[in-house]
Design a protein around this ligand. Structure first.
Ligand code: ADP
Ligand code: MG
Length: 247
């Protein structure tokens, strides 16, 4: 039976992860419903990137469970299939430097999904329009600004029609005047219902786009709150102190 309260898209339950003897994630749990945007904030070294990498099965967890679309994916056996459905955007864009913008976006659909080059080209051009750089299709990464490169990276992730997008500090490497153009694209995708987890220090974006805010510190999720509650001031003392530092 179809239910309006379908199961969450992603459930991370009690995840622990150490590097050597150093615990980096301690009993971390988050639930992300379809069409929601969750923003993760927290000091450097608190485990935010590691949490995203565990969700994307780029890092194995030591214990705990990750359920995606109702399937327990923790053991990582079908990592390549899961990763098709989870798009990831990194701080440093990580485009293929020898490929043009449109070729960067076409690559995975052609190689992984077997989409024809003609169809992949059409899809890529419409995605480059979606991220507001249709005129840059034939430009190479070194001919693009950082903000444009990051929008190509977003288009590249979207080309696989992901069910979940992970963004790891997508604007941290950008000059201030380029941050807005990337955040605007992300906010539009969120508003259209793209389920997203965003690690960022951009509190304006969090206010605008986040359904929930998660605050991490030293490997622990200290606070999880709806955006309204969080920015309304009723947050835990440690989260408040962090916010006071960055705002
Ligand atoms: P954040 O993204 O919040 O800045 P990270 O998840 O990158 O934090 O890192 C959390 C902790 O894990 C840090 O202490 C970092 O030094 C450590 N760490 C991250 N990746 C590795 C790794 N591959 N090997 C060893 N330690 C790591
Ligand atoms: Mg990080």
């Amino acid at each position: 039976m179809l239910s309006p309260n379908a199961a969450p898209l992603l459930e991370v339950m009690g995840v622990n992860k150490s590097f050597g003897s150093v615990p980096v994630l301690k009993a971390c749990s988050i639930v992300v419903d379809a069409r929601q945007t969750v923003v993760i904030i927290g000091p450097s070294g608190s485990g935010k990137s590691t949490l995203l990498r565990c969700i994307n099965l780029l890092e194995p967890v030591d214990s705990g469970t990750i359920v995606f679309e109702g399937r327990d994916i923790t053991d990582g056996r079908n990592a390549h299939l899961v990763r098709r459905e989870i798009g990831m955007v990194f701080q440093n864009f990580e485009l293929f430097p020898h490929l043009s913008a449109v070729e960067n976006v076409m690559l995975a659909p052609v190689k992984v999904l077997g989409t024809s080059r003609a169809d992949a080209h059409d899809i890529a051009c419409s995605l480059l329009a979606k991220v507001r750089i249709p005129e840059k299709a034939d430009a190479f990464p070194d001919e693009l600004s950082g903000g444009q490169q990051q929008r190509v990276a977003i288009a590249r992730a979207l080309a696989m029609k992901p069910k979940l997008m992970l963004y790891d500090e997508p604007t941290s490497a950008l000059d201030p005047e380029m941050i807005r153009e990337v955040l605007d694209v992300m906010a539009e995708l969120s508003a259209e219902g793209m389920t997203s987890i965003v690690v960022t220090h951009e509190m304006g974006f969090a206010r605008r786009a986040a359904d929930h805010i998660v605050f991490m510190e030293q490997g622990e999720i200290i606070e999880k709150a709806p955006g309204r509650t969080f920015f309304g001031g009723s947050v835990n003392e440690r989260a408040r102190r962090f916010l006071d530092q960055i705002l």
